[in-house]
Design a protein around this ligand. Structure first.
Ligand code: UT7
Length: 315
């Protein structure tokens, strides 16, 4: 099976800024508690006229433009989300239609919560190899604000909305490694079967323990498979759930903290969107350049986890 590399990135961030002080007006919390426990200072929520699908379409269009390709070059369309506008049609089918991608290509959503974008990257690799196509679009997009119980301070302060996207291409020589896993459980759940609106529930302490164990494990797996460790990559992009999770892993691995990107202060936890939003910021601000290697790690509901070591081959 051939490897893949990333050739274009994009993101779309909704317009409504919600600060910790804004939330302190509606639940019993404070900027001090949220920022010291999580590193989050504000998040974005969709405003009128914005939705998960509109963010996904905008981020995907930017990633395709950045790749230098035309929509008709895309051979696989994958959206990672747990909060698309509809159960069906999938977000991927709406992106396919709105961007004018070809009709004879696979378009599907991936539900792996905060690991979804990296699951999507590996699914894209498999489908590209299986179909003989050269380019795939992978989007991570969430509108978690609609799943929040705004009376539950233990969850409503953590999450935000947003979208990130990447175009990947088949490569004969790019280094690449991936690791994926799942351990079914209800530690983070959105159990919506009845007429009541469904909300995110989470056992924060259990998930914190899980996350601090799984990040070093994923990074170790990637190193074992590729022979490339943190020293050999330009940046490590972890899912942006909580600054303390990332800092604890850095301490445990005695890793160079400057390699680990963080932007949860501005966006909170955007689940499947967090890794591709960070990736798109890194490319835009020049911290990731043509030829650089990246490690990316996701973890979250399912429970699921995923890691990828990928080369960025941008313009
Ligand atoms: O994307 C999926 C992956 N998700 C994650 O990785 C999340 C992992 N978990 C976490 O990040 C942390 O566990 C949280 C940020 C969710 C919670 O932090 P914590 O340090 O584990 O706090 P806690 O749940 O142990 O709660 C400590 C106290 C409790 O009060 P008592 O029982 O000690 O009196 C909570 O009721 O903090 C209270 N608390 C709050 N206080 C003010 C919980 N939420 C809040 C809040 N504001 N928003």
């Amino acid at each position: 099976m051939k490897n893949i590399e990333i050739i274009g990135t994009g993101r779309s961030i909704p317009s409504k800024v919600v600060t910790n002080d804004d939330l302190a007006k509606i639940v019993d919390t404070s900027d001090e508690w949220i920022s010291t426990r999580t590193g989050i200072r504000q998040r974005r929520f969709c405003d009128e006229g914005e939705s998960a699908n509109s963010l996904a379409i905008a981020a995907a269009a930017k990633a395709i433009a950045a790749s230098g390709l035309a929509p008709e070059d895309i051979g696989v369309c994958i959206c990672a989300t747990i909060s698309g506008n509809y159960a069906t049609p999938s977000m991927a089918c709406i992106v396919q239609r709105e961007l004018g991608l070809r009709e004879c290509i696979p378009a599907l959503d991936v539900n792996a919560a905060c690991s979804g974008f990296l699951y999507g990257i590996e699914v894209a690799r498999g489908l590209l190899n299986g179909t003989g196509e050269n380019y795939a679009l992978v989007v991570g997009c969430e509108q978690l604000s609609k799943l929040l119980d705004m009376t539950d301070r233990s969850t409503c302060v953590l999450f935000g909305d947003g979208a990130g996207a990447a175009v990947v291409r088949i490569s004969d020589d790019a280094p690449y490694a991936s690791t994926l896993g799942a351990r079914g459980g209800y530690e983070i759940s959105v159990l919506g079967a009845g007429p009541e609106p469904s909300h995110i529930h989470m056992d924060g302490a259990e998930v914190f323990k899980f996350a601090t164990n799984i990040i070093p494990k994923c990074i170790g797996e990637l190193e074992k498979k590729s022979g490339i460790g943190i020293d050999g990559v330009s940046k490590v992009v972890c899912h942006q759930a909580n600054e303390r999770i990332i800092d604890s892993c850095i301490r445990r691995m005695k890793a160079d903290s400057s390699k680990f990107y963080k932007n949860m202060d501005r966006f909170g936890n955007t689940s499947a969107a967090s890794v591709p939003i960070a990736l798109s910021e890194l490319v835009e601000n020049g911290e990731v350049k043509d030829g650089d290697l990246l490690m990316m790690v996701g973890f979250g509901a399912g429970l699921t986890w995923a890691g990828a070591l990928v080369r960025y081959a941008g313009q």
